[in-house]
Design a binder for this molecule. Structure first.
Ligand code: DC
Length: 484
């Protein structure tokens, strides 16, 4: 490809619009081959030059990022002289030479990252600022509270201090089962050789199974041994962010001296109708300065556009054409997104009974969702944002570093919905509210396109059990815990 202006390269890469890209350049956030270029005339060759925004490569398509579930008995190296199986032999990567980021012992299994992006590898494996990792560990005999506390305080082994960030008793098969004291979830920052096996030997336990289930924001999920998958761009970004936060934590580093506390973003909040999403979202946006996008407004605005144009939800082709027409746009006012149709701000028209009654049907159309999701991702990539909806943590931003899923019993939500309707100037009886809520739940969670689910890695909060202050406090604590 030919040499082009930097703002064009950035906008072609989907990083930002041409105008926002110019602002990023002038702000000194863009570098070419390690050198900051803050003049608007600067050019680069996207094929040859390494272009970064805030230190993160922009042209990611030249790199591959693969999450692999390493089985036991496989080496975490690129090649083995004795011809034993290695992690790279398990991943098909034509034309790319992948290497593992960090290691897992021969007899350990679980999540390992493979890539050809040297900058990310360096960031994540720097010995002094490793990101947090979690391991599911089966031991030969139960370990009581005292033993677990010792591991968190730190133990000595062969002259080295070995220490876990946390040790929890868990159930091996998901949270629904009773915890089993022979199964531990151990979190660590360090990467000393055989650290978990050695620390457990100090408290007299032998490790039977050791499986890494998390590296910073990335989780093993449903990958079975030997299976792999490519990371999404959001996951790659989240790994870069985690690596940079870890770097900033290092005492005495330049970044630590100059950086204000960093709160993770984007934040995803999902849940059924009237589960308390907006209350929580507003409180978090206020507290941490996030810009809030309630994606429900976009589905509502699309519904209004379709009703105005006389396009029924049963005509998927016409709806698709309408969605692609680009009439729907977002603006930000007082840190909240507002929605416009062909330039007319319709945000305050979206609670009408007509929109209310039709929005679920229009939001079940896959092509409509695809268009709106693309806009939502772009919005999140351009600012420190918090997105609220039904599919944010699962589809729109699966790599988000913090995800909440709110739930509450149907009766609680129906009562709230009745109160909200009164606030919006609509009269609704208790039984109407209940019918409205359960009908909406039914469509939203059974539709084929992005049904409402609890996203992987989400913090589940029951807003019927907690009062609003307690719910907000719990969520603030979760974000602060992930801040540096
Ligand atoms: O949150 P709300 O009530 O404003 O959402 C209106 C409708 O939009 C809801 O019934 C489902 C749909 N929706 C969706 O499908 N995906 C989202 N991310 C947000 C809303």
């Amino acid at each position: 490809m030919a040499v082009e202006r930097l703002q064009k390269i950035l906008s072609n890469a989907g990083v930002a619009s041409r105008r926002s890209a110019e602002a990023m350049i002038v702000a000194g956030r863009v570098a070419v081959n390690g050198k900051t270029l803050d003049k608007l005339g600067a050019r680069a060759d996207p094929d040859k030059d390494e272009i970064t925004l805030d230190g993160t490569p922009v042209l990611r398509e030249r790199y591959r990022y693969v999450a692999l579930h390493k089985p036991t008995g496989v080496l975490s190296t690129t090649r083995d002289e004795r011809g034993r199986p290695t992690v790279t032999s398990l991943v098909d990567a034509p034309g790319a030479t992948l290497h593992p980021v960090g290691r897992l012992d021969l007899e350990s299994e679980g999540l390992i990252l493979l890539t050809n992006d040297g900058a990310l590898t360096e960031l994540l494996t720097h010995p002094r600022h490793e990101v947090r990792k979690e391991y599911l560990v089966a031991i030969d005999q139960p370990l009581g509270r005292k033993g677990r506390d010792r591991l968190v305080r730190g133990v000595r082994h062969e002259g080295e201090r070995l220490k876990a960030d946390s040790v929890q008793v868990v159930s091996p098969r998901g949270s629904a089962e009773r915890p089993d004291p022979r199964w531990l979830l151990v979190a660590l920052h360090g990467g000393r050789k055989r650290e978990i096996r050695r620390m457990l030997s100090v408290v007299g336990r032998r490790v039977v199974t050791l499986r890494r289930v998390r590296i910073g924001p990335l989780t093993l999920g449903a990958l079975g041994p030997g299976e792999s998958r490519d990371l999404t761009p959001e996951e790659v970004q989240a790994l870069y962010d985690a690596g940079k936060r870890a770097e900033a934590r290092e005492p005495g580093s330049m970044a630590a001296a100059t950086m204000k506390p960093q709160h993770p973003h984007p934040v995803a909040i999902d849940g059924p109708a009237a589960s308390g999403k907006s209350t929580l979202a507003r409180a978090l946006a206020e507290r941490f300065g996030y810009v809030l996008l309630d994606t429900g407004l976009m589905y509502r605005a699309f519904t209004l556009a379709a009703l105005r144009a006389g396009v029924p939800a049963s005509d998927a082709a016409a709806c698709t054409e309408l969605a692609r027409g680009g009439g729907l746009s977002l603006t930000v006012q007082d840190r909240e997104a507002r929605v416009a149709l062909d330039g007319e701000d319709v945000t305050d028209l979206l609670r009408s009974p007509e929109v209310e009654a039709n929005v679920s049907a229009y939001s079940a159309i896959a092509e409509v969702r695809r268009e709106l999701v693309a806009q939502q991702r772009l919005f999140a990539a351009q600012r420190r944002s918090l997105l609220v909806g039904r599919d944010i943590g699962s589809v729109v931003l699966p790599g988000a570093p913090v995800k909440f899923y709110l739930q509450a019993a149907e009766a609680v939500r129906a009562q709230r919905r009745g109160e909200q309707a009164a606030e919006w100037g609509e009269q609704q009886s208790a039984s109407e509210a209940e019918r409205d809520i359960s009908g909406r739940d039914e469509t939203d969670s059974t539709r084929a396109a992005s049904p409402l689910v609890v996203p992987e890695g989400a913090i589940v909060i029951d807003s019927g059990e907690l009062d609003a202050d307690a719910m907000i406090a719990a969520a603030i604590a979760a974000i602060e815990e992930r801040s540096t």
